[in-house]
Write a protein that binds this ligand. Sequence first.
Ligand SMILES: Cc1cc2nc3c(=O)[nH]c(=O)nc-3n(C[C@H](O)[C@H](O)[C@H](O)COP(=O)(O)OP(=O)(O)OC[C@H]3O[C@@H](n4cnc5c(N)ncnc54)[C@H](O)[C@@H]3O)c2cc1C
Length: 385
Amino acid sequence: MLIELTPEQEEIVGTIRKFVDNEIAPVASQLDHADEYPHAIVEKMKELGLFGATIPIEYGGIGLDYLTYAMVVEELARGWMSIPGLINSHLIMAYIVKTFGTEAQRKKWLPAFASGEKRGGLALSESDAGSDVQAIRTSARRSGDHYVINGSKMWITNARYGNTFALLAKTDANTDPPHRGMSMFIIEKGHPGFQVGRDIKKLGYRGLKTCELFFEDFEVPAENLVSGVEGGGFKFVMSALETGRINVAARGLGVARASLEASLRYAQQRRTFGKPIAEHQLIQEKLADMATKLEAGRMLTYAAAKAKDDGRRVDLEAGMAKLFATELAMESSLEAMRIHGGYGYTEEFPIERYFRDSPLLLIGEGTNEIQKLVIARELLKRYPV
Ligand SMILES: Cc1cc2nc3c(=O)[nH]c(=O)nc-3n(C[C@H](O)[C@H](O)[C@H](O)COP(=O)(O)OP(=O)(O)OC[C@H]3O[C@@H](n4cnc5c(N)ncnc54)[C@H](O)[C@@H]3O)c2cc1C
């Protein structure tokens, strides 16, 4: 790594590195192939405080800044890309409560999120509305001291084993633009009218269950409306997704780094034509490109994280980091497969997992096509003629 870490960052990242080497990397492929939820890893993550990684200390979290958080996420993803998915949308939910919730909501939810007692994620997407968030149809109608939710949500990470979600719903279907009628609720399982659908089978990002959520006259207390005021939900989500994009960018770095590290090892062990393949210049070119782009991806990701820590909106920076680092994960995992030859294509090595895990990063947290639109929009805003 070209960047020098502070002693505190060294300590935190070192702890996570050991956790990954001892408890994630050795079981990742086995759990991935069995599509098995990592219960034991979740328990250890609770002990390490990772469910409260970016939650302020006064609310029971460990209060990491986003820069250190990005380093932690890179480490976790190096072991298994699914693992930071356990905390990504969970911490987005926490960010929404922390940043836009009332003090009563912060006190009620954040300590429980930080301990992992209440954990879950973000429920935005629907079967007919992914990139176009304003097209959602799930409704929330006020009725006395509660809201009645009807509709469904698609692709929800942590839906099976999570218990609490930040739900985006329409409290007014007639506003122009539509986002003015969108509100955010914290919802909990265990009440009538809230059902979880089947586990959706996926190419990668296994272990974590992705499911549809169904709501039929599901009643949510009015006090669970984030901020206590209707109409702010879309704005909350757009601000929160910046932190999600930093997480996804860092996951891209983790997969790219795992691909590079495996390739460096293998290229020095595998021999062809009387010498290690690391001595062939075409292999050296691959290693040099992978390492150089990894450092460039880190610079972009750390710059976005640092800007978020400074309290700025970072659509441009987080968009660039997410775009570059996730395309890099795809590219590096494919290069690692080429370097490993036939072995890279088998389940004997983790490369096939890196290759199957990478495409989700291109799609989640806003597709990379959408990132390009966001980047261009911000550029045109910043440099008008
Ligand atoms: C495994 C997994 C986990 C997920 N977890 C969650 C979760 O926890 N919570 C949640 O809310 N959502 C989640 N999602 C949903 C994810 O955020 C969406 O899949 C993503 O935003 C894309 O939406 P879509 O699938 O509807 O694709 P669409 O929006 O239908 O897009 C299809 C294609 O069209 C392109 N496109 C769309 N609009 C434009 C445009 N204006 N210009 C150019 N190209 C465009 C897209 O880039 C894409 O290539 C998850 C998805 C997956 C696969």
